[in-house]
Every structure is written in C-alpha cells, then in structure tokens.
Design a protein around this ligand. Structure first.
Ligand SMILES: [Zn+2]
Length: 479
C-alpha cells in the first residue's frame, strides 16, 4: 500500500551566552567536570534562580525571525521528571505560555517554496551529562557543567513529507540561528540537536499514524538517514499488519538503524505547573521592536535578493548565503565595482571556499580583502591574464599579501592581446608548417589545433588564446 510520510522536528539549540540561564556560572565548553557549577545549578534547596536577560532576548529574536506570535506576558513552568543528571528533579521550561507560537518558516526545496509551521519557540535549561567510563566499571559519572545552560526549543508542525524536506528545514533553521548569532550551532559539541518524528498514513487519509520520535541524532546527515530508515521500517511493519504505537526510538549511527527506547510520555506525565521562583516576563511592543530591528537580513530572503539583484543562479546564491560571513565577503567584493557579480561569485565558490576548507578557517579570517579578490576577478574577466594564471596569482596573493596587479606586473604575466604582436608569430608558424596548413585546407579540422601550440610556445604561453584563434582563422582564410 502506498503511504505518505508525515515528518516534524523538535530542535534544541544551546544559546550563545557567557553565563547560564538562571545563575552566573560559565557556559564554556570543555572544562573539567563539575567546575562550572554553583548551588543554583546544582539544585541545592533554598536557592533562587534569576533569569539571564540576554538568553531571553536571543530566544525572542528567533521567535520573531520565525514569524511567531509573541504574547505580551510569558512565564516559566516546572517540568517534573527524575533523571540522574537533573539534581532538582525538575527542569525549568515553558509549557503554558510559550515565548513564541504559531510561526512559520518558508524554505526552498528542490526549486519550490515549502512553508513549515512553527508550533512554538520556548526557553528552558539544559540538563547535565552522564559519562559512562571504560567497560569493566559499573559506575556512571555525572558532569553538571552543562546543567542550566540556556536552551532554545523549537517545535515544528508535522508539515514535511520527505527526507529532502526535513534536510532543507534543518539547514534553513541552522542558518537562521547562525545569522542571528544566537547559537554557534556546533553539532559535534551537542549545541544543536534535531529530534525528528515520523509517522506514516495511507495516502489520502487525513488522520495521522502513530508518531515515532527519534533521539540521539548527532548530525543533519544522520537525521536524514534516520528518517529514511524509519519510513522503510514503518512501511514494512504496516504492510505486515503490525499495529504501531507512539514511542521514542534511539538512532544508532554505527548500525544505521533505530532501536526502541521507551513508550512516549505525554505532557500529563510531567505535571507541569508555573515556576513559583521566577516572575512573569512582560514583552511590550518597544522591546519587540528593538529586537526586530536587530534582526539581520535572513538567509532565504538574501538568497532570493542575490538571484534577482545580481542575476545569480539558485545554486550560486544558495552556496554564497549558506554562511553569513561568506555572503558578506562576496557582497563587499561585488560592491568594489571592479568585476561582474558572476565572475566574483565563481572565484568565491571555486577558490575562496576551497582555501577556507583547506585551512579550516572562517571567511572572516580569509587573508585577502574582498576588493583585492574583485581586482583579481577583473584581471581575468578583462583578459589581462588567463584563468590558470589567475589561480597562480591568487596563490601568490596568499603567500605575499601583495595586490594582484603588482604580482602580474612584477612577474610579467599579462597576456599578449595586442594583435600586431601576435600576427607576426602566427605568420611565422604558418610559414614553417606548410604540411599542417595543407592538411587544414584538405578539411582536417584537427590541424587547426596543431597550429595553436607553436604560437603559444613562441609567446611563452602569454598570448591570449582567444586572440590567437581569431588571428589563425583570419590568416588561414586568406591563404
Ligand atoms: Zn550555577
């Protein structure tokens, strides 16, 4: 039977603040276990939390970027559950009055635009971490450095239908978090986590099937693999007449499959109630307007603007806007007004990106200023140097820090485009190769290429190949 997949996602992003959500402890990653803790985040009795204003503003920024409705009053709730890395036995989160709700994110998927609903955006504290040392030891260890780190949770509507759609959703959302600067999104450090949920229903049916949520997925590609795996597993189960029930499963990246973890809790299991130790937060229009004014141009609108304004293709615009700093670099280079946007885009996508990857640096640390890259692009675009020479000039620019014009001048790299200089060489080559000329006249087209080589050699490769071709054609036609 054909099924339709219904896919949603819960996203957790650790917010980029120096201190935790309700105390002054550092949020820096990688410190020795339990060195970034205090009575508040250790959950000692009698302590009182105080909300981190920056964390709240970060969350507000994302809610606005995702077109959410923001109520004038929001507050925190206690989510009660027992876990060894949660010493208070409850997590301060939001449930009754989420910071943002009913938003949406428009994203480009395979040439069309898909609107994914955002059910809610809310703020909560992260739990600690359990460490399970080498095998042979039965003990587990608790590190509470992460306990109390501000965590943003974004819950999407189940509006996606295919792995490619959740892939695009995750990338678009990550880019918004990076563009707004609210999270560094380092998935390898667990700072950004996606939990997809998948259910299947017979094509055409309105009711949803049993919702399966997947935890512990460490990268965007793993989420896509997990979703693909679940679609296949659930299809097989339903086809064989099995009844699926809602559950939470774990993704095993090594084995490439999901395994059952637990029956899904419902909200009633958590016994949410308003957090009595924190005051409610009033978000007035002035505050919202100030945060909205801080929002940068977001990746998807920027991508569309580059396509329309600079006449770039969707692929080029997509690669360039995938990273805010790279897009900034590109736009500064175009603004230098030296080379066409298309030429600059090619240099950034083919060469700058390659060098950034090789050196493992961000575009901000790229040593060549944007206007100099534009100057290099212009030298090639106007035919002063050829493309391969341009590449070696770029290497020299990286090595010496000199401007491209200076390198071309010092090394005498400029192409010879002057016809009178080239025509003499063309005539000499034609005179020395009567047999090749005869072959060409006899209709052997390949003979033409055999004439280009000697001309290029005589000019030490500096003749503009296009001019050489034109002159050869002209002279042969006259023979
Ligand atoms: Zn603390």
């Amino acid at each position: 039977m054909p099924y339709e997949a219904v896919i949603g996602a819960e996203v957790h992003a650790e917010l980029a603040t120096l201190t935790k959500l309700f105390c002054g402890c550092s949020t820096a990653f990688g410190a020795p276990p339990n060195t970034q803790t205090c009575p508040v985040c250790l959950g000692m009795p009698g302590v009182l939390p105080v909300m981190n204003r920056l964390a709240f503003e970060h969350a507000l920024k994302v809610a606005l970027a995702l077109n959410c409705h923001v109520d004038p009053v929001t507050f925190f709730d206690r989510k009660n559950y027992y876990y060894p890395d949660l010493p208070k036995n409850y997590q301060i989160s939001q449930n009754h009055r989420n910071l943002g709700r009913n938003g949406h994110l428009d994203l480009p998927v395979e040439g069309r635009s898909l609107r994914v609903g955002i059910w809610n955006v809310h703020l909560e504290e992260d739990a600690g971490k359990l460490l399970h040392p080498e095998s042979g030891q039965s003990d587990s260890l608790v590190d509470l450095n992460r306990a109390g780190t501000p965590l943003l949770e974004i819950v999407s509507a189940p509006d996606m239908r295919a792995p490619a759609e959740i892939d695009a959703f995750m990338r678009a959302l990550r880019n918004i978090l990076l563009y707004t600067g609210v999270s560094d999104c380092k998935m390898q450090e667990g700072r950004l986590r996606f939990e997809p949920s998948i259910s299947l229903r017979p094509a055409g049916q309105k009711e949803y099937g049993a919702r399966i949520e997947i935890k512990n997925v460490g990268s965007i590609s793993a989420v896509v693999k997990a979703v693909e795996y679940e679609i296949q597993r659930q299809t097989r189960a339903l086809d064989s007449g099995e009844r699926l029930t809602p559950e939470t499963r774990l993704w095993d990246d090594r084995l490439g499959r999901t395994v059952s973890m637990r029956r899904k809790e419902t909200s009633a299991d958590y016994r949410y109630f308003p957090e009595p130790d924190l005051v409610e937060i009033r978000v007035d229009e002035t505050w919202k307007a100030r945060i909205r004014a801080e929002l940068p141009e977001l990746p998807v609108p920027r991508r569309l603007r580059l396509q329309q304004q600079l006449n770039l293709g969707p692929y080029e615009a997509g690669v360039l806007t995938d990273d805010r700093a790279l897009a900034d670099y590109f736009e500064s280079a175009v603004a230098a007004g030296k080379a066409s946007p298309k030429a600059v885009a090619n240099w950034v996508i083919n060469d700058v990106l390659r060098i950034l990857n090789e050196r493992q640096i961000s575009p901000v640390a790229f040593p060549i200023p944007p206007d100099r890259l534009a100057a290099l692009a212009a030298l090639v675009e106007t035919g002063v140097i050829g493309q391969p020479t341009g590449r070696s000039v770029l290497d020299d620019m990286l090595a010496t820090g000199e401007p491209p014009e200076e390198i071309v001048r010092k090394k005498g790299l400029a192409q010879i485009s002057d016809e009178s200089a080239i025509i003499a060489i063309v005539d000499r080559v034609l005179a020395a190769q009567p047999q090749v000329v005869a072959d060409w006249k006899a209709g052997k087209k390949a003979a033409f290429n055999a004439l280009i080589g000697p001309v290029m050699r005589e000019t030490k490769g500096k003749a503009n190949p296009q001019v050489v071709r034109q002159l050869l054609e002209k002279r042969l036609a006259e023979q």
